[in-house]
Design a protein around this ligand. Structure first.
Ligand SMILES: NC(=O)c1ccc[n+]([C@@H]2O[C@H](COP(=O)([O-])OP(=O)(O)OC[C@H]3O[C@@H](n4cnc5c(N)ncnc54)[C@H](O)[C@@H]3O)[C@@H](O)[C@H]2O)c1
Length: 346
C-alpha cells in the first residue's frame, strides 16, 4: 500500500507515546505509524494492544541512541514526520542516575536529528516533545516561550540541552523542527512512578499517600487527550522553528490532589482523609510550580477540552478497572515500583 504519510514516533510505548500512537493509527488509516521504543521499565505491551494488529502500525524494538539502527530506519522507511518522545522521564531517578538521562535524552536526540537530517527522503517535520520544567520553578512569574530556560534538575537539564540541539538544526540547516513544552500530563496507563498513579496505586494497596515535604507544591495537570490534540494541531498548523507551550489553568496543590484521590478511592468522610496521608522527606530544593502561558497555541485554535473533574474521574475509574495493569509482570519495574512493592510486603 502507498501510504500518504509515514510517521515515526520514538518512545511510542510510553504513557504519552502510546496514546499518540493509538490516536494516529486510528485517525489516519492512510498513514503508516512506526513506533521505535526499547521498552524501558515504564512500558507495558498492553498499552498498544488495541493497535498492534493494524496494517498501518509497525513496532521496532530498539534504542534511539543506536545510530546504525536509527540511520537504517531513516534510509529505508521514507519518514515524513517524527514525533520524538523517547526519554528517561522520572525526575527523582534523574538525581540517582543522571548519566542515563544524558545518554537517552541528549545523545538519543542528537542521533535522531542527525539521521533525520541526512536521510535521502527529507522529513517534513520533527516535533520534539519537551517540558515546562525547562523554565525552572516560578513563584509568581508566568512563563511564555521567550522566557529564559533555567532547568533545575538533571531531567529538565537534559531536556533543555536536547532542545538546544534541536534548535541548532533549525538555525544552521533550516531543518523543519517544532518544539512543544507541556505541563504535567495525566490519564489512563501512566506508569506508577508519577504522582497521580503513585497515589492511586498506594491507596489501592491500602497504603497511605506519601506527600514529599511540607512546602506548598502544586502542578498544572493536562489530560492526555488534550496534549495529543495539541501535537496533531502543531503538526498541521505550527510554524517551523517555533516553540509552543501546551498548558492549562488547572493548577492543583499536591496536598489537595492527595485529599481528592483519598475521597474518591476510599470514599471516606473529610474527618478521616488525613488518616490516608503520610509526610516523607523531600529533596532540599524542589520546584514549587511551573505556570505557563500558551497563547501561541491558542492562536492556532487549541483549547484544553477536558475539565479536571471529568479527567480525574476517568483516570481513577481506569486504575480501579485495571488494578493489575502494572503489577502482573515480572520485569524490573524500576525504583518506584520496587518501593511500592516493598510497601505491599511490609
Ligand atoms: N508525562 C509528562 O507529564 C510530560 C510532560 C511534558 C513532557 N513530557 C515528555 O514527553 C515524553 C514522553 O513522556 P512520558 O510521560 O510518556 O514518559 P514515559 O516514561 O512513559 O515514556 C518514555 C518512553 O521512552 C522510551 N525510551 C526510553 N529510553 C529509550 C531508548 N533509549 N530508546 C528508545 N526508547 C526509549 C521508554 O521505553 C518509554 O516508552 C518525554 O520526552 C517527556 O520528557 C512528559
Amino acid at each position: 500500500m502507498d501510504w500518504n504519510r509515514t510517521v515515526l514516533v520514538t518512545g511510542g510505548s510510553g504513557f504519552i507515546g502510546s496514546h499518540l500512537v493509538c490516536s494516529l493509527v486510528q485517525r489516519h488509516p492512510d498513514w503508516r505509524i512506526i513506533n521505535l521504543d526499547d521498552l524501558d521499565y515504564c512500558c507495558s505491551p498492553k498499552s498498544l494492544e488495541s493497535v498492534q494488529d493494524r496494517a498501518n502500525y509497525t513496532f521496532i524494538r530498539g534504542d534511539v541512541c543506536n545510530s546504525r539502527l536509527v540511520n537504517h530506519i531513516f534510509n529505508t522507511e521514507n519518514i515524513d514526520v517524527i514525533f520524538h518522545l523517547a526519554a528517561k522521564t522520572h525526575v527523582e531517578s534523574s538525581f540517582e542516575t543522571p548519566s542515563s538521562f544524558q545518554r537517552v535524552n541528549i545523545e538519543g536526540t542528537r542521533v535522531v536529528l542527525a539521521a533525520a537530517h541526512q536521510a535521502r527522503h527529507q522529513p517534513q517535520r520533527l516535533i520534539y516533545v519537551s517540558t515546562d520544567e525547562v523554565y525552572g520553578a516560578s513563584l509568581d512569574e508566568v512563563f511564555d516561550e521567550s522566557s529564559p530556560v533555567r532547568p533545575s534538575n538533571p531531567y529538565s537539564a537534559t531536556k533543555a540541552a536536547a532542545e538546544y540541539l534541536v534548535r541548532s538544526y533549525w538555525d544552521k540547516y533550516k531543518f523543519p523542527i517544532i518544539i512543544t513544552r507541556s505541563n504535567n500530563i495525566y490519564g489512563p496507563r501512566q506508569f506508577t512512578e508519577k504522582v497521580i498513579p503513585r497515589f492511586l496505586t498506594l491507596l489501592q494497596m491500602n497504603k497511605k499517600c506519601t506527600i514529599q515535604g511540607t512546602l506548598p507544591k502544586s502542578r498544572h495537570f493536562l489530560f492526555v487527550d488534550d496534549v495529543i490534540n495539541a501535537f496533531l494541531l502543531v503538526l498541521e498548523k505550527g510554524a517551523v522553528g517555533e516553540i509552543y507551550n501546551v498548558g492549562t489553568g488547572c493548577e492543583i496543590p499536591i496536598m489537595q490532589l492527595a485529599r481528592q484521590l483519598v475521597k474518591m478511592v476510599k470514599n471516606v468522610p473529610d474527618s478521616e482523609v488525613n488518616d490516608w496521608l503520610e509526610f516523607v522527606p523531600d529533596r532540599p530544593r524542589v520546584d514549587l510550580r511551573y505556570p505557563i502561558k500558551c497563547e501561541k497555541l491558542q492562536y492556532l485554535g487549541w483549547r484544553a477540552q477536558m475539565p479536571w473533574a471529568e479527567g480525574i474521574r476517568q483516570t481513577v475509574n481506569w486504575y480501579q478497572d485495571n488494578p493489575n495493569f502494572w503489577s502482573d509482570t515480572s520485569e524490573d519495574r524500576g525504583p518506584i515500583r520496587n518501593e511500592l512493592e516493598k510497601a505491599t510486603n511490609e
